[in-house]
Design a protein. Structure first.
Length: 270
């Protein structure tokens, strides 16, 4: 399905019914990335998937931008489908966007899950982004894969799943085009000045921050800072996983997200 935002076609999917849960993608992700999770997530929830600007099959941007326009897009999307409030799960880039939305529009958020993300773009993360941009500029699928992807996974997962990773590398070589790499570059640059640290205190939604032991993109201490600052936040650390937690530990990721979104134990304690 599509809706119009600032003249751009934006792609989204809606699965199942119940409490609505919107998932916001990581930088290299799209609606298609969540295909293995649709069946489980839509059993109890109305699962909403959304390709942001420059992601998946949503339209591409012509100029540079910041997360502000992606935030406006999400609010326009909720208005378009008639939802006053929604729970959001944001992964990495999507988590940065989710923080901005939750702080700026607290009345629109039921619960918030922030997975493998950061409240600001540190010098460490900025230089990782610059290395990615050099790879994007090459428009070479192999260079892109070798530069960007190994850091996304834990060493143990990488070694155990070499065949699957090699198949993904071949896919990048075959299907990724110059417009795709240009879109990745704009997405990367859109968060260079991301800094929500002073706004975290404005988030009123109950929040779960999820970290991975071997996250080399957004190390655990970034998420600890988020959990310590948001007034009503908990923190879970999944052992043995890297930045791409949902692929490395799908059962644990699913249990944490759905358990948090669909359980309100505190409200039942008297």
């Amino acid at each position: 399905m599509d809706f119009k935002f600032n003249g751009k076609n934006i792609y989204y999917e809606s699965h199942g019914g119940g409490e609505p849960l919107l998932i916001l993608n990581g930088i290299f992700m799209s609606c298609a990335s969540w295909a293995p999770f649709i069946k489980e997530f839509s059993k109890t929830n109305r699962l909403l998937l959304l390709d942001l600007l420059d992601q998946g099959i949503s339209d591409k941007m012509d100029d540079e931008y910041t997360l502000d326009i992606q935030s406006d897009l999400v609010i326009a999307f909720l208005d378009d489908i008639g939802l006053d409030r929604v729970s959001i799960c944001g992964m990495s880039y999507g988590g940065e966007l989710a923080m901005k939305i939750a702080a700026g529009y607290p009345q629109r958020i039921n619960k918030l899950v922030l997975s493998n993300t950061t409240a600001y773009t540190s010098p460490w993360l900025k230089d990782i982004g610059h290395s990615w941009e050099y790879a994007f500029e090459s428009c070479d699928g192999r260079q892109f894969f070798k530069t960007c992807i190994p850091l996304v996974y834990s060493p143990v997962f990488y070694e155990k799943n070499l065949q699957w990773l090699h198949e993904r590398e071949d896919m990048f070589i075959k299907y990724f085009t110059k417009p795709v790499y240009e879109a990745f570059g704009r997405l990367t640059r859109s968060v260079e000045k991301h800094d929500e640290r002073d706004n975290l205190k404005n988030i009123t939604a109950r929040t779960l921050v999820i970290s991975s032991e071997y996250d080399f993109i957004t190390p655990v201490y970034f998420q600890k800072e988020i959990a310590d600052t948001i007034p009503n936040a908990g923190h879970a650390v999944v052992p043995g996983a890297g930045h791409a937690l949902m692929y490395e530990k799908p059962a644990e990721f699913t249990a944490l997200v759905l358990g948090f979104i669909n359980t309100d134990v505190a409200a039942s304690i008297v």
